[in-house]
Design a binder for this molecule. Structure first.
Ligand code: ZN
Ligand code: ZN
Length: 355
């Protein structure tokens, strides 16, 4: 009995000391230092892999409809020597920061098309690959016709910001000569936009009318291959370009769920209902995406750009309704952080999550 009494007194004393300790600047400063050091010492979660590989990481898994815990479209492609971001959707840069990914190593941003959900974080990618980073030129941005208008517009909108940062921190920290973008408009007559002998990136057209042209990208690296659909309806050209690829990231819109949203909103929000109707004609359903993957003989399929963004276990089941009948295996519904690792000289595809 006495023992319990002493333990109780000790617990109360510890609580009192902790309570008042946290209010002293000495303890608070120690905790601040500890937290900063922890953040800076945390290793980039993408540099911990050994060997030779190509990785596809979902840095944003939803479309423009809101969804807690999901950013707008973004896929990072990484090899030991290169890093590319395909689309810079809202929230994706924050995801990569949370995963300690060093954007100073970013080779280029690739836009599939110029809908807002694919470009909205571009200014942040520019900033976080520029200040204190080792980028040695302006940030290359590849995209379809019209990309120049976007990069020029963002450059103009952020002109004061970049000037002030250089003025405040100096040329060593924020070098003015590499602020801004090196815009490269893709000509589909020369679809190979990058080729260093081991990594080749090929652009191709998909069907997202009236957004024209709208692009997909294929990455080939030492016998492994990843294709990104961008936004598209079921597309014959995508199937052609994805032939025998290891991995396909395909956009997906649940006709089931959006069809019901269209019906329900008809009386309450007719304009919203019109949008739900319209968007069904330029995105593939999960079943169509699975059919495309089968026809292309793709080994693994990851659904991303999910509309609507499924939030619960049940919503995920409804989202992929019917997929198993078309493609019983080798598909994954992406979350933010879903990552596919494809080692060179291997048939393996490991699907995991970065967190
Ligand atoms: Zn989109
Ligand atoms: Zn779009």
């Amino acid at each position: 009995m006495k023992k319990i009494y002493y333990l109780l007194i000790a617990a109360i004393l510890i609580l009192i000391v902790t309570f008042f300790g946290f209010r002293t600047s000495v303890v608070q400063n120690y905790l601040i230092d500890f937290d900063f050091e922890r953040q800076w010492n945390n290793q980039d979660k993408l540099v911990t892999f050994e060997g030779d590989y190509i990785i596809g990481l979902v840095c944003g898994s939803r479309g423009p409809l809101p969804g807690k815990g999901r950013a707008e479209p973004c896929i990072m492609i990484k090899t030991p020597d290169h890093m590319f971001i395909v689309d810079t959707g809202d929230g994706s840069r924050q995801n990569l920061m949370n995963w300690q990914v060093d954007l100073g190593n970013l080779d280029a941003v690739l836009f599939t098309h110029l809908h807002s959900d694919h470009i909205s974080d571009l200014a942040d990618y520019h900033l976080y690959s520029w200040v204190t980073q080792n980028r040695d030129g302006k940030l290359p941005v590849y995209g379809p016709q019209g990309t120049q208008r976007v990069t020029e517009g963002i450059t103009r909108a952020y002109e004061l910001d970049t000037e002030w940062r250089t003025l405040h921190h100096g040329e060593d920290v924020a070098p003015s000569d590499i602020a801004g973008f090196d815009t490269k408009i893709i000509d589909l007559n020369s679809p190979v936009i990058f080729d260093d002998g081991s990594l080749k990136i090929t652009a191709f057209e998909v069907d997202h009318f009236p957004v024209d042209p709208s692009l997909g990208y294929r990455f080939d690296y030492k016998g492994r291959s990843i294709v990104i659909s961008g936004d598209t309806d079921y597309s014959k050209n995508l199937i052609e370009q994805s032939k025998n690829a290891d991995l396909l990231f395909h956009d997906a819109l649940s006709y089931n769920m959006i069809g019901r949203a269209e019906e329900i909103s008809l009386d309450i929000e007719p304009q919203l209902s019109r949008i739900f109707y319209d968007i069904q004609d330029y995105h593939a359903s999960p079943i169509e995406a699975a059919q495309a993957a089968n026809e292309a003989n793709v080994k693994e399929l990851i659904f991303y750009h999910l509309i609507p963004a499924p939030q619960t276990f049940l919503a995920k089941i409804i989202f992929v309704r019917g997929v198993n009948e078309v493609r019983p295996d080798n598909w994954t519904l992406a979350d933010d952080g879903t990552m596919a690792i494809l080692p060179v000289n291997s048939e393996d595809i490991t699907i995991t999550n970065i967190e």
